[in-house]
Design a protein around this ligand. Structure first.
Ligand SMILES: N[C@@H](CCC(=O)N[C@@H](CS)C(=O)NCC(=O)O)C(=O)O
Length: 208
C-alpha cells in the first residue's frame, strides 16, 4: 500500500493521477501547508525541503520526496507509463517540467492570481514566461501526440495539472490548438478525473 502525503495542488495531483493510472492501492494523508504542517519534524524527516508530495511505500518500508522522483519510482515499480525504450526522451520532458514549467507557472500564480497589484515587474515577467511555455508546449505537441512521443507517459502526467490551472493563467488555452488537443485527451481519461479529485471533494478538471 502506498501512502500519499500531500496537499491539493498541481504537484500533489501528479501523484494521485499516477496512482489511479497504475491502479495501485493508496491512501491520502492530507498535509495542510497553510497551517505549516510541512514543517513538523516528523514530516521533515521524510521531506527535507518541507514540501509535498511525499509517498511512503509501506511494502518496501521506504519513502520518497520530489514529484518527478516519485513518478519515476511508480513508473518503474508498475512497469507502466515509463517505457524503458523511451526513457531518454521521457526524462527530458519530465525534467523540463520539474525545472521550468512548474516553477515558472508557480511564480505566475503568485504574482497574477494570489497577489495582483503588488509587483508590476513580477506580474509582467511571469505572464510573459508562462505565455512562452504555452507556445513551446504547443509547438512540441504539433510534432508529437504526447510530450515524449506517441505514448502517454509520466511526462504528460507531470505537466497536465499545471495546465489545468489555465483559468488562473489568463493566457487563453484555446489559442493553442495542439496544447488544447492534448489537454482534452488527457482530461477525458477516467483515471485522470479520479486522481484530479485528490481529496474526493468533487474537484472537476476545468474545461479548455
Ligand atoms: N519540486 C517539488 C516542488 C514541491 C512543491 O513546491 N510543493 C509545494 C506545494 S505545490 C509545497 O509543499 N509548499 C510548501 C512550502 O514550500 O512550504 C516537487 O515537484 O515535488
Amino acid at each position: 500500500m502506498i501512502e500519499l502525503l500531500t496537499a491539493d495542488t498541481p504537484n500533489g495531483k501528479k501523484i494521485s493521477i499516477m496512482l489511479e493510472e497504475i491502479k495501485f492501492n493508496y491512501k491520502v494523508t492530507k498535509i495542510n501547508i497553510f497551517k505549516e504542517e510541512q514543517f513538523k519534524p516528523e514530516f521533515k524527516k521524510i521531506s527535507p525541503f518541507s514540501k509535498i508530495p511525499v509517498i511512503i511505500d509501506h511494502e518496501e518500508k521506504t519513502s520518497l520526496f520530489e514529484s518527478g522522483a516519485i513518478l519515476i519510482y511508480l513508473g518503474e515499480k508498475s512497469g507502466k507509463l515509463y517505457n524503458k525504450n523511451q526513457r531518454t526522451v521521457i526524462n527530458q520532458w519530465l525534467m523540463g517540467q520539474m525545472a521550468y514549467v512548474g516553477p515558472m507557472l508557480g511564480q505566475h500564480h503568485q504574482f497574477h492570481h494570489y497577489n495582483p497589484g503588488k509587483s508590476e515587474f513580477g506580474e509582467n515577467r511571469y505572464f510573459k514566461i508562462s505565455e512562452r511555455i504555452y507556445k513551446e508546449l504547443d509547438e512540441r505537441l504539433s510534432q508529437t501526440k504526447f510530450l515524449a512521443g506517441e505514448d502517454y507517459t509520466i511526462a504528460d502526467i507531470a505537466t497536465f495539472p499545471w495546465i489545468a490551472r489555465h483559468e488562473w493563467h489568463d493566457i487563453g488555452l484555446k489559442r493553442f490548438k495542439n496544447l488544447t488537443r492534448w489537454y482534452e485527451i488527457i482530461s477525458n481519461r477516467d483515471a485522470v478525473q479520479r486522481g484530479y479529485d485528490l481529496l474526493s471533494n468533487g474537484d472537476r478538471i476545468p474545461k479548455a
